[in-house]
Design a protein around this ligand. Sequence first.
Ligand code: FES
Length: 323
Amino acid sequence: MTARVRILPSRHEFTAEGNDTILDAALRSGLALDYGCSNGNCGLCKAHVVSGETSKLRPHDYRITEAEKTANTVLMCSYGPVSDLVLEALEAHGTRDIPRQKVATRVRSKEQLTEDILLLRLQTPRTQRLRFLAGQSVTLSTNGAAREYPIASCPCDDRNLEFHVRRTNEPFSEHVFGRVRCNDVVNLEGPRGDFVLDESSKRPLLFLGYDTGFAPVKSLIEHAMALDTAESLNLYWAARTDGGHYLRNLCRSWCDALDKFHCALLTGAPDDPGLLQPLAREQPSLAACDVYVAGPHEFVLASEMFLLEHGLPQAQLRTSRVE
Ligand code: FES
């Protein structure tokens, strides 16, 4: 069956199918509900059922007291809806509501996308997923080497995390390109950063990424797609060379799947004054958008100057340096 779930007090709504737990269905819809272990141990995902029926889908060790049972308390990671539901539950409303976490992940795969870019897929244990907001970063460490990377995947797939690792002569990059194998442990600490979506805004969204600045932009776009509230999504991905758009097929598939998605691939130096000219032609209502820019320092600076000169209010601009 398909059940409609409404969360109070936010009035956010989502659907749950078949054997979905309430938590899994909410995460897939882009909601940031409070939770911890996702495994029935911590009690952080407690919610109060205002109306509707639930059933227990997974056993849980956390003990719900008699008083909580009388108040219709359920664990969202263990229960699923069997009818439409209204629930009172806590949600994260910003980065301050997300705790700092340490997780020992395993390498699920590594895929070389170009000579210099590697797609590293990590998986968290089933009992300790990573809570984060789209666009945030974490520190990865292995074999004594550590580096901060933006998460390139969406919080809706919180066990499976993606990172776009550039080949450099830093120890972490050298180790990942050279010696890391499937199932190796990579420690993760975070999340950090406030390069996150303003979910209260319904304005069209414009994303500018340069090289691996595409990583946090991809996370934001996938999250915006899960929320499905923005009027339109527009991506401008710039790279030094044509081969630098290392996931161009993914961009094409977004364009094919969504009428309201527009994508352009740009080529040039990060501070090339002509690089962003297509925006001025193609986005006449730039000032009416929320704009997210990620890339190296020169690109962020040049983009900020260009956007403000074209009438974008500073409050509608969020930036992230990705070197
Ligand atoms: S998230 Fe820990 S009990 Fe549900």
